[in-house]
Design a protein around this ligand. Structure first.
Ligand SMILES: *Cc1c(COP(=O)(O)O)cnc(C)c1O
Length: 427
């Protein structure tokens, strides 16, 4: 091991605290220090190369060190890195807001509120949905409907809407008033106190890539409309092409009242988020000073983030990203069907667009005991075959950058197959 690698790991073990991580175990197991990227590839500090199989935790879109995105950040750095959005406008934020609204039909989503992460995009939608009711003197509407096993981020409000026990378990009692439902059949009769429903459209990411049935979103929109309830779509994962269209809601031509965007917004370059809302929502915040939306963050509408988000949208056009993605989505399906046919441990493949969850079970179909952490072992073994990704329990995520070529896809699935075989107990 190189001396600088040793020092970085030592400093990490001595002082760093990682997200969702059992730290005692972390400091005992070998770690990679990632230092460099290019396209779909990442390098560690020892010079080993890996395919970025989960797009650096679902954020990267056009690959690392994309010339257009790099140039946009550099050009903006030549102007200014950050200015306050509290009391001032900035050129890139104006352009980006206009551009984002332009991706939807006229007079639908018309306003953009910037923040920093998926969690804050959701938090902002929650706060807007609640204050909307206060501003309109509908004080009784304070409750949210959320779906079982949904995931909406980790700030306290966003987490309390989540339904995945291991993320929200300890914090559940501190959060918002939530009615949790399994599906549309279990929506409540009594809805007088409901402000909004929140859902991850088409696919629940953290819920091991659970797919909603076709038409679910349309039906949910109609249900909300009939009852004067707002619909919040959390497209933090699905936004920016992942499902094959720019946004998941476009598959069913559904327009939400609030749309939460983050991860892919900057192409995976910088932390930035946006909560889009309708003119009708916005209008409820006009009038007396007490109606204003009192919410914001220091780095709101950061010019570097806005500049690179604009560049990412430009690349979607110049490289015809979505058009070129279509055959690659089909190819991913074929490759994963082949993997399932050859590997008895592959119990089910759940794919929507360029997002796939590969659920592993024992060859006899019985789930691996959770404490065995088979999924983690497979992903760790995959390092040796040049693939980086993360499991959700025993479901392996394959969600590569949209620029991945068919040959690179094959590399990733081959690496996964070797990892599954290498780590499985002799059958
Ligand atoms: C990742 C994610 C979030 C949280 O985003 P952060 O940027 O991690 O705060 C919220 N909702 C969904 C659907 C996500 O996938």
């Amino acid at each position: 091991m190189r001396e600088d690698t040793r020092q970085w790991i030592e400093a990490d073990r001595g002082h760093c605290w990682h997200p969702f991580t059992r730290q005692a175990e972390w400091t005992r197991t070998p770690q990679l220090v990632l230092t460099r990227g290019e396209g779909v590839w990442l390098w560690d500090s020892e010079g080993n190369r890996y395919f970025d199989g989960n797009s650096s935790i679902w954020t990267n879109i056009h690959g690392h060190r994309h010339p257009t995105l790099d140039a946009a950040v550099k050009a903006q750095l030549g102007q200014v890195a950050h200015t306050s959005y509290l009391g001032f406008a900035n050129p890139r934020a104006s352009e980006l807001a206009e551009r984002l609204c332009g991706l939807f039909p006229a007079n639908t989503l018309e306003r953009v509120f910037f923040s920093d992460d998926g969690s804050t995009a959701v938090e902002c939608a929650i706060r807007m949905a609640l204050q909307y009711r206060i501003n309109r003197h509908e004080h009784h509407r304070t409750r949210f409907i959320a779906f079982e096993n949904g995931y909406h981020g980790d700030t306290l409000g966003a987490a309390s809407l989540g339904g995945v026990g291991r993320f929200t378990g300890l914090m559940q009692r501190f959060g918002l008033d939530v009615t949790r439902v399994a599906d549309l059949a279990t929506l409540p009769e009594q809805t007088d106190d409901i402000a909004a429903v929140i859902v991850e459209p088409l696919i629940q990411g953290v819920n091991e890539m659970h797919l909603w049935p076709d038409g679910m979103l349309t039906d949910l929109r109609l249900w909300c409309d009939a009852r004067g309830i707002h619909l919040i779509l959390d497209e933090v994962m699905t936004g920016f092409g992942r499902t094959g269209k720019m946004f998941a809601c476009q598959h069913e031509e559904v327009i939400p009242d609030f749309l939460c965007l983050a991860k892919g917004l900057t192409g995976g370059y910088l932390p930035m988020a946006a909560t889009l809302s309708t003119g009708a929502v916005y209008d409820a915040f006009l009038g007396g000073g007490e109606k204003a939306f009192y919410y914001g963050h220091s780095y709101t509408a950061n010019p570097l983030g806005c500049a690179v988000a604009l560049a990412s949208l430009e690349v979607f056009e110049t490289e015809r990203t979505l058009e070129r993605l279509k055959p690659k989505i089909a190819r991913m399906g074929e490759l994963l069907a082949g993997l399932k046919a050859r590997c008895p441990q592959v119990h089910e493949v759940r794919q929507r667009g360029f997002i796939a969850g590969i659920e592993l079970r024992r060859p006899d179909g019985v789930p691996y005991p959770a404490e065995e952490r088979f999924g983690e072992a497979v992903c760790r073994h995959a390092w040796q075959h040049g693939l980086l990704t993360r499991p959700i329990l025993n479901t392996i995520v394959l969600m590569p950058p949209l620029c991945t070529s068919e040959a690179e896809l094959k590399f990733a699935v081959d690496a996964l197959e070797k990892a599954i075989n290498g780590d499985s107990p002799a059958a």
